[in-house]
Design a protein around this ligand. Structure first.
Ligand SMILES: *Cc1c(COP(=O)(O)O)cnc(C)c1O
Length: 362
């Protein structure tokens, strides 16, 4: 069974990362790729990216952008080395936030973290309590499609560390509400994987300096080395140049379109289309309660076999709408990152309605 081509979106990539890369961004100068990341032509691109992110997020003075290799997952292991003084408290409500918390539990040099767990499909901020020096939570739990506003936890000395991997660039936030706001570029930034980026507040930078001067930290996890290299528009070791190029192109587009507010409006409008469709479709139901519904990753429980739906879609050119495997639900997951076209979301929903008609018992 194939979906009629008249219904199909022009671009069928709806994955939650890797995600759609605009076709015209993929072309690059063949004399640029394959050149040294320690020379001006590549360093200029890194510099533009750091400035572009500073602009896009409206960072206050003293906040800095650091980057390095390893993706957001690398930061999970860097956090207990470079940011947690001794006691962390983490909110978990899905696979990604659970992994971030477990990296602290596994680190032998700091206390096991306190954990505030909410069921999949819901969300919670960490509980404020005495003696905690670092709070952690995800802005958008990509495995379930639950989202929280970025809000500072505790006061005074404690740091607020936010995994913004799938939200950054698609959702408005106030940078003063976080000390570390980290992400990978293959989600809202329509680039490829391999790198991590982090917005660091002055308090986070101070904590990194203190801890890395008194502890052994493996170089690849050392955020002080990462920051020192970032200030020179470099990375500790060789980055994927194509990833930098694609991010640079997407940032240009985002800023030209009106910046973060415009991206926020765009992702909100597209995810609303998905949720409204699910609410009026008999066999589809939004998984996440209204107040936590993500505007960049929409999860939809279905009464028809999700595997069959996504297989028909894949054969027809609509890819990566499967639910997160580890969640184990009969579910579809649709990313509505900024690079996606609203018309393509409409076409996706028409295509899904058609598939539903074919699979529904008559
Ligand atoms: C994708 C994702 C990650 C992992 O990113 P990598 O670049 O693969 O390391 C971490 N956290 C969240 C919330 C994600 O969506």
């Amino acid at each position: 069974m194939l979906i009629p081509t008249s219904l199909l979106p022009a671009d069928g990539r709806f994955g939650a990362g890797p995600s759609k890369v605009p076709a015209d961004h993929a072309s690059l100068d063949p004399r640029w790729i394959g050149t040294s990341h320690r020379q001006a032509p590549v360093k200029d691109v890194v510099g533009r990216i750091r400035e572009g992110l500073t602009d896009l997020f409206g960072l206050p003075d003293g906040y800095e952008i650091a980057l390095g290799n390893g993706g957001a997952s690398l930061l999970w292991d860097a956090i207990p080395f470079c940011l947690v003084e001794d006691r962390a408290r983490a909110a978990t409500f899905g696979q990604f936030s659970a992994k971030a918390a477990s990296a602290i539990t596994k680190n032998p040099f700091v206390h096991d973290p306190e954990i505030d767990e909410a069921p999949a499909g819901s969300a919670t901020l960490p509980t404020i309590s005495d003696g905690i020096d670092t709070y952690l939570y995800p802005q958008n739990e990509t495995s379930t499609g639950a989202m929280l506003p970025v809000a500072r936890c505790g006061d005074g000395e404690a740091l607020t560390v936010v995994d913004a991997t799938s939200a950054a660039g698609g959702v408005s936030f106030d940078p003063r509400e976080a000390d570390v706001y980290y992400f990978s570029p293959q989600k809202c930034f329509a680039s490829d994987g391999g790198l991590w980026f982090a917005v660091l507040s002055p308090a986070a930078i101070a904590r990194i300096h203190t801890l890395t001067s008194k502890r052994w930290v493996p170089d690849i996890l050392n955020l002080r080395l990462a920051l020192e290299n970032s200030r020179k528009n470099q990375t500790l070791n060789t980055p994927a140049l194509a990833t930098l190029h694609l991010l640079d192109r997407q940032l240009d587009w985002m800023l030209a379109e009106g910046g973060l507010a415009a991206m926020d409006a765009r992702t909100t409008a597209m995810s609303d289309l998905v949720y409204e469709w699910a609410e009026r479709t008999e066999w589809a139901h939004p998984f996440v309660a209204d107040q936590y519904r993500s505007q960049v990753v929409a999860t939809i429980d279905v009464d028809l076999p999700a595997d069959e739906i996504s297989a028909i879609c894949r054969r027809s050119g609509i890819v990566d709408i499967d639910g997160y495997r580890g969640l184990g639900r009969n579910q579809l997951r649709v990313a509505t990152f900024p690079a996606t076209e609203p018309d393509d979301v409409r076409a996706l929903l028409e295509s899904l309605s058609w598939v539903g008609q074919q699979l529904s018992p008559r």
